[in-house]
Design a protein around this ligand. Structure first.
Ligand SMILES: [Mn+2]
Length: 398
């Protein structure tokens, strides 16, 4: 039997490739695809094998799913006796479960999210194509934790490092070094040289992210409040770090002018970036999506925000002007704000000494409004003191 695996080109997808090579050796041909190139590959496969259904070829598709046309084409292929197995864990692919060749599972068991690699591993073991062992379990679990972001909650930096290691070399090099580990070691480990490389890489990423925190621009796009930043590297780390630094933003739009693409990332459950991307002809998932820089996208994300100044970061070294107290904020237009709890459970905002009408139940809600509406940030201690003196002097004059 010959095998063909079409899979994603990220860590989860590549690890499916590694498992396939581990199981099938020379008998498998693995092709790594971006989200967009898979349909082209499948189309090609179907047109190639349409007349003559190969009996000795099994097609696997992992970590990605195909468009409607290919879905129907693959089903025809399967009906005529073609061997296909699609394994995915994305919510958007659940309808493939209708077919006996589709297997899509978002969770492995209750509360434990699945990844394509973990599902593919379970599949291979259940079919007797791989014998489960400790290092494979460890490897698959790292990939699963990375792909589902569980590594962050568990502080599983090994999972993060595994992903970093993939991007420090070519997929082929990564494949080879992982395979030899999986064959020959009992337990998973990085070499000293890899650890050193990863340390250097981590420092570099941190510096890059710090710089981007100072470059990000706040833009209104429709009702959404979006952070716009230019970056070619580290999109998922950036989306996560910037989202957490500027929680008042609905999402982060990362622009890569080189390939004319925008990546959207959000850390919020109540904002769906795939809907936003769809408005510009793109797509993706609720927390990560993308589109091309079309004319309309260019207008919204490049032209309009271009003249704006970057978001001011909150000043963090204060002794007096701290959050959740009587806090002073200011913006690029020199507007001054004072945020304080007027009565229990009623946080209010003064703008240039005038009280704004609206009150808020919590500090967070008030601050969110302030940041979204006025792009203000926490100022230095002396600004708070000046503001209060100004108020005091005016009171005396009265
Ligand atoms: Mn995946």
């Amino acid at each position: 039997m010959q095998f063909l695996l079409l899979t994603h080109n990220d860590l989860d997808g590549v690890s499916c490739g590694i498992l396939a090579k581990y199981a099938f050796g020379q008998n498998v041909d693995v092709r790594y695809n971006s989200v967009n190139s898979l349909d082209y590959q499948v189309e090609h496969f179907l047109s190639e094998h349409n007349e003559n259904i190969p009996k000795e070829l099994q097609l696997f598709i992992t970590d990605l799913s195909v468009n409607k046309e290919n879905e129907l084409g693959l089903n025809e292929f399967a009906k005529k006796g073609g061997k296909i197995q699609l394994i995915d864990h994305h919510k958007t692919a659940l309808h493939f479960n209708e077919y006996n060749w589709g297997s899509v599972q978002v969770e492995e068991s209750e509360g434990k999210l699945a990844s394509a690699t973990s599902l593919f591993y379970t599949y291979l073991v259940s079919k007797g194509l791989i014998e489960a062992k400790e290092i494979l379990n460890q490897y698959v679990e790292m990939v699963r934790q990375y792909d589902t972001w569980e590594w962050e909650r568990n502080e599983n930096t090994r999972a993060k490092r595994l992903n970093d290691l993939l991007y420090l070399q070519s997929i082929e090099e990564f494949e080879e070094s992982m395979l030899s580990r999986l064959y020959n070691q009992e337990e998973f480990s990085f070499s000293d040289f890899e650890e050193k490389l990863l340390d250097v890489e981590e420092d570099k990423t941190e510096r890059y992210i710090r710089r981007k925190k100072r470059e990000i621009i706040q833009a209104k796009v429709g009702k959404a409040c979006i952070g716009v930043v230019y970056a070619e590297l580290y999109h998922s780390e950036l989306g996560n770090a910037l989202g957490k630094e500027y929680r008042h933003l609905d999402c982060i739009a990362i622009l890569n002018m080189g390939n004319r693409k925008i990546s959207f990332r959000t850390i919020h459950d109540d904002f769906d970036v795939s809907e936003l991307a769809a408005k510009y002809g793109g797509g993706g998932h609720a927390k990560a999506a993308g589109c091309s820089i079309t004319k309309e996208a260019f207008k919204q994300f490049v032209e309009k925000p271009f003249s704006l100044k970057p978001i001011k970061q909150d000043f963090t070294h204060n002794k007096m002007n701290k959050k959740e107290r009587c806090s002073h904020y200011e913006n690029h237009d020199n507007e001054q704000f004072l945020l304080y709890e007027k009565e229990k459970g009623n946080w209010v905002i003064e703008k240039n000494h005038d009280l704004l009408k609206e009150g808020y139940a919590t500090f967070e809600l008030a601050e969110q409004f302030l940041k979204r509406s006025f792009s203000a940030s926490l100022s230095k201690d002396e600004q708070l003191v000046n503001y209060l003196f100004h108020f005091y002097n005016n009171e005396i004059k009265k």
